[in-house]
Design a protein around this ligand. Structure first.
Ligand code: COA
Length: 551
């Protein structure tokens, strides 16, 4: 083993360049040409490769340092035998894999196109497809540039996809993109015309932003193009990005090492926000993106849930008219996640029925004076609570939770019922405990108190936990029926719509009766349809003759 210096190689004409990323750490084993660090000039960014296989013993520069050709950026212990250590073996395997990947090599002679025409300080070059490592007729899956774009050497021009890998064809020049001669779906082979580029000659007006043809060509040979994603490696993409989906045609600025990392982690670089110079994506960005995706998947995800269901991509709404954005409140975000979790996990069925509450309403109204004495109002809700508690006791298959992991049904011996409360801040569901053991006035008082607390944002977490079943009543607002979403892990929820007078046939004639529409949504894994019909039947009997609630 001998320690050797790692020096900055020929930078293709650039004097001083800035270190924008260090891609290895001291102690890392590298193979020849593995990227050590990325430098960036005004014109392009380039990765400096390891001069040979070995172990990095020292890095002598830091991000932000300016370096030039011949500067020492680090030291490494060259391996006597690249396959001598375990790390070496690993690295060697990876290298072998890399070699097996298809790489569009820009061949110095073959692909060096002859200048098409010269005009004043600029010339137009026809860029052709370089060697595709033996592949022919490879379809274009993405055009990464648009006419008029100013690009640097190695910026991806188009992405092609063979059976084995997805590859970007890099620009051999710095300059302005002219006519694009291919479109998505076209099949490309080596030597096909790709696009035209305008390159400013030295002293030309765009010289600042581009290289001379020769310099660019020299650089082009230094920096090797990389496959962007190998089909064999690609992991399922986590759904639900913390970042906006990029607009079509957005270019990804990232070096080959970052692309390799993204490929290994299955991260879509188009969704990663770059924090490097000029929004370049660095390794930390990829790690942060993957971390956020994992966290989101664990929390249920705001867009996808990790259940393989594709997330919803948002268009740029401002193209249709004026918009403004505001952050979701924590409550809204949590409710959205809960709803989605329930909707995706629970096979929902809704059973409808009407309860004849004519007598119940008469009784309720008769209690008005009593209510005034107590300083409270008797609404239909306490009757619904009592009826549901009785139905849960009679049909205990509704008072369960499913533990699918342990393949167990959890049977609850208590009857706590949640009531959905509409508040200015969103939907809240406080829970009334032991409903079966409480009287109508007690339930009226407790539901009114909890609803008020919900509206005042005064509910404690414990007051929103432990429900076996939920009642969601829109009867005070209106509507004839709706299909509520089960508040999982509960297995059923009763939706109540607005009662209305309807003609009901009594066998001899139509009678005006007050009918209360009920919508029972249930988890069809836990409850079968016949039981659901029994449940709503029972509710209509109990509400139709509230004396039976006493039995
Ligand atoms: N049919 C006809 N009228 C009804 C009714 C029904 N099903 N339910 C209630 N009413 C009447 C009440 O009797 C009361 O009228 P009154 O003053 O003449 O007696 C009026 O509507 C208002 O009742 P409300 O204040 O809503 O009391 P409540 O006890 O019925 O409901 C809550 C309490 C908390 C459930 C209710 O205020 C609420 O927030 N509901 C919305 C729940 C929700 O958003 N669910 C959607 C979930 S997705």
């Amino acid at each position: 083993m001998s320690e050797q210096e790692i020096k900055v190689p020929d930078l293709g004409g650039a004097d001083e360049v800035e270190v924008i990323e260090i891609t290895v750490s001291e102690g890392d084993s590298v193979q020849e040409e593995d990227p050590i660090l990325t430098v960036e000039s005004d014109k392009a960014s380039v990765e400096l490769p390891a001069p040979g296989a070995g172990k990095i013993t020292k890095i002598t520069v830091k991000v932000g340092d300016k370096v030039k050709e011949g500067d020492v950026v680090g030291l490494y212990e060259a391996s006597d035998d690249a396959g001598g250590s375990d790390a070496g073996d690993d690295a060697k395997e990876e290298k072998t894999e890399d070699k097996a990947e298809a790489k569009p090599e820009a061949k110095s002679e073959d692909s060096k196109p002859a200048p098409k025409k010269k005009s004043g300080g600029s010339r137009t070059e026809l860029v052709k497809v370089p060697s595709l490592d033996g592949f022919d007729d490879v379809p274009v899956i993405e055009i990464n540039v648009a006419e008029g774009d100013t690009i640097g050497v190695d910026d991806p021009l188009v992405t092609v996809e063979s059976d084995k890998a997805t590859m970007e064809i890099p620009s051999p020049y710095a300059g302005k993109v002219g006519k694009i001669l291919v479109k998505e779906g076209d099949k490309l082979s080596e030597g096909n015309d790709l696009l035209e580029m305008t390159i400013e000659e030295e002293g030309g007006e765009a010289d600042e932003a581009s290289d001379s043809g020769e310099q660019a060509q020299a650089k082009r040979q230094d920096s090797k193009p990389q496959p962007t994603s190998d089909k064999q490696e690609s992991a399922p993409q986590p759904q639900g990005s913390t970042y906006e989906p990029p607009a079509a045609g957005t270019k990804v600025h990232a070096g080959p090492a970052v692309r390799k990392l993204a490929r290994e982690l299955g991260a879509d670089l188009a969704r990663v926000k770059g924090t490097g110079p000029k929004n370049r994506i660095i390794k930390d960005d990829v790690h942060a993106y993957v971390k956020s995706q994992l966290q989101q998947a664990q929390q249920g995800g705001s867009v996808g849930t990790g259940s393989g269901i594709p997330g919803v991509k948002l268009p740029d709404f401002s193209q249709f008219g004026e918009i403004e954005r505001e952050s979701m409140s924590r409550m809204m975000f949590a409710t959205a996640n809960n709803m989605q979790r329930s909707w995706l996990n629970v096979p929902h069925v809704t059973q409808f029925d009407d309860a004849d509450i004519t007598e119940m309403e008469n009784f309720r109204k008769s209690q008005k004076a009593a209510g005034e004495k107590r300083g409270m109002k008797m609404t239909p809700l306490p009757f619904l609570l009592k009826a549901c508690a009785a139905a849960l006791a009679e049909l205990p298959q509704f008072n369960v939770a499913l533990d699918m992991e342990r393949k167990e049904v959890v049977r609850k011996k208590y009857i706590h019922i949640g009531i959905a409360v509409d508040t200015p801040n969103g939907l809240m569901v406080p829970v009334i405990r032991d409903v079966d053991q409480k009287g109508l006035w007690e339930l009226a008082a407790e539901s009114a108190e909890l609803a008020q607390k919900a509206r005042d944002k005064q509910l404690k977490p414990a007051e929103m936990q432990g429900a076996c079943f939920t009642i969601t009543s829109l009867g005070g607002i209106g509507g004839t029926a709706f299909t509520p979403i089960v508040n999982t892990p509960e297995v059923a929820i009763l939706g109540v719509s607005k009662a209305s007078m309807k003609p009901v046939w009594d066998g001899k004639e139509f009678q005006p009766r007050l009918l209360l529409p009920l919508s029972l949504s249930y988890d069809h894994r836990a409850v079968n349809g016949a039981d659901a019909a029994r449940f709503t039947n029972l509710l209509t009997q109990l509400l139709g003759d509230i004396r039976t609630l006493l039995l």
